[in-house]
Ligand binder design. Structure first.
Ligand code: TNX
Length: 489
């Protein structure tokens, strides 16, 4: 049995009381206070898997220990913040308290890691108290479905895998030069043509989400307290749009499909009204399918759009996002147009400073930190990595872990950060196994950067906790890179 604090990401406060360990036995039940039934069922599922016992869920607050094992109760109470929780393990009972179901769900992820991987018979929860809450509200991962499409089942499996580390946003990069992956009412050729056979990098990543399939995915994520953030990349990265609809090009001439990895060569026509009719249809549709607060409009690498056109375009499009009730996120290039304070620039480059982002922060914007040399899961681990790119350098686990987002950019401090995200671009990926191998174990490093207080983080302690997690991935059927930096058990 590990210690009470042997959890990824490390909890904010841990007070072990070894004598208070609690045995989950054949009589253990989960008692669900009003409003906690759904998470109680998730907790019971964890305890059943760890023990093989029935672990019924019972409504009510009584903590009277049933024969053969303590009761586990879930309660909602103030004082824990939006996603914080308190886990109190005593010899005769366990209490999980939070202000919200999201906080209870975070606690369940902690309990899951404190239980055996999969077991038969009594299991022991280490005694003591954890009081935990996130450093940042936005803790994200991103999957690129455009360069290579991943099916709803694959994305669901990714959601399951990342939610264990208290990642609470999944950004889906749905469109790019090589493909368009979300069905849009009124514009069927986007997916018929640019989601069809031969799309994706090397033509090896065809497929698309139907509107209904996307909505199901969003609901599945929401059940795991993960908010989907859809990205429609514009005004650049639009070759797939123009292949499907040549009327959206300057001269209306047919456009050749592209399956190479180049960037920065395509642009929507900023001075044509038809462009904005298209963009508004897409934004309205995506907003209607997405209950979460964010809509990502890309805005990166628009090298085929002049600076003046880029400004004109964004000043038309940012209000459309607001019109349909969403808060816009854009890659940090959007900071160049002095966006309103509700817009969230996502910093992705490797430079030591960025005047545009600092100016946006001074203007009231919050920032998502995704510096490529720390968070890009598509960078190679080391020179021998068979998958991935290396334009931002090699990214081993220590590099992903050992940085502080609040000191990364001058003029962008702790209070200016909405959070941290780890993007996974898919130019070199062909399968879910590829995705998993690039994601793990670096995503838990980023999750700890985003969740745990800076003062509670320590590389050596993290390596040991990570090493102990290896068998869990194996038991879950998740591939991971056995980085030589980690003393795997
Ligand atoms: C840069 S990061 C891009 C993507 C590529 C990625 C590969 C960003 C906003 N744009 O178009 O896929 O590098 O690492």
């Amino acid at each position: 049995m590990g210690g009470l604090g042997d959890v990824l990401p490390v909890p904010a406060r841990v007070r072990p009381v070894p004598a208070a360990a609690c045995t989950i036995g054949p009589g253990t039940a989960v008692r669900a206070a009003p409003g906690t039934a759904a998470v109680a069922e998730q907790l019971a599922t964890v305890l059943r898997a760890a023990t093989g016992y029935p672990v019924p869920v019972q409504p009510g607050l009584s903590v009277s220990a049933a024969a053969g094992g303590g009761a586990v109760r879930l309660v909602l109470e103030d004082g824990h913040g939006d996603e914080g929780y308190r886990l109190d393990v005593r010899a005769d009972a366990v209490t999980v308290a939070a202000q919200t179901p999201a906080g209870l769900f975070a606690a369940v992820q902690t309990v899951r890691q404190l239980m055996p991987v999969a077991g038969a018979g009594d299991a022991v929860l280490p005694g003591g108290v954890i009081e935990d809450r996130p450093r940042f509200a936005y803790r994200g991962a991103m999957l690129d479905l455009a360069r290579h499409y991943f099916t709803p089942d694959e994305v669901r499996s990714y959601i399951d895998a990342i939610a264990q580390f208290k990642i609470n946003h999944l950004h889906l990069h749905l469109t790019d030069d090589q493909g368009w992956r979300l069905e849009i009412a009124g514009w069927p050729r986007l997916t018929e043509v640019s989601g069809g056979p031969g799309t994706g990098v090397d033509g090896a990543g065809p497929g698309f989400l139907t509107a209904a399939g996307y909505a199901e995915l969003v609901a599945y994520a929401a059940d795991r307290f993960v908010t989907v953030v859809p990205e429609i990349d514009m005004p650049g990265h639009v070759n797939a749009v123009q292949v499907a609809y040549p009327e959206l090009t300057r001269d209306g001439a047919a456009v050749a499909a592209r399956t190479d990895r180049a960037v920065g060569y395509s642009s929507l026509c900023v001075d044509r009204e038809q462009t904005y009719a298209f963009v508004e249809d897409v934004i309205r549709e995506v907003a209607a399918l997405t209950p979460g607060p964010y809509l990502h409009i890309g805005g990166d690498e628009a090298d085929a759009t002049s600076a003046e056109d880029y400004r004109t375009f964004l000043h038309r499009v940012l209000p459309l996002v607001a019109k349909y009730g969403k808060r816009a996120i854009g890659w940090h290039e959007v900071a160049a147009v002095e966006p309103p304070g509700t817009v969230v620039p996502q910093f992705w480059r490797t430079a030591a400073d960025d005047a545009g982002v600092a100016r946006a922060v001074a203007g009231g914007c919050q920032v998502i930190m995704s510096p490529a040399d720390r968070t890009y899961l598509d960078m190679k681990y080391d020179a021998d990595s068979p998958l991935g790119l290396d334009w931002a350098g090699l990214l081993d686990v220590a590099r992903a872990y050992d940085w502080d987002p609040a000191t990364r950019l001058p003029g962008v401090g702790e209070q200016d950060l909405l959070g941290v995200e780890a993007p996974l671009w898919s130019e070199t990926l062909r399968s879910l196994t590829d995705v998993q191998t690039m994601t793990f174990p670096r995503l838990p490093a980023i999750a700890e950067v985003a969740w745990s207080p800076q003062a509670a983080r320590d590389w050596d302690a993290f390596r040991r906790r990570l090493a102990a997690f290896g068998p869990r991935w194996t038991a879950q059927g998740i591939a991971y890179h056995r980085s030589p930096e980690i003393p795997w058990v």
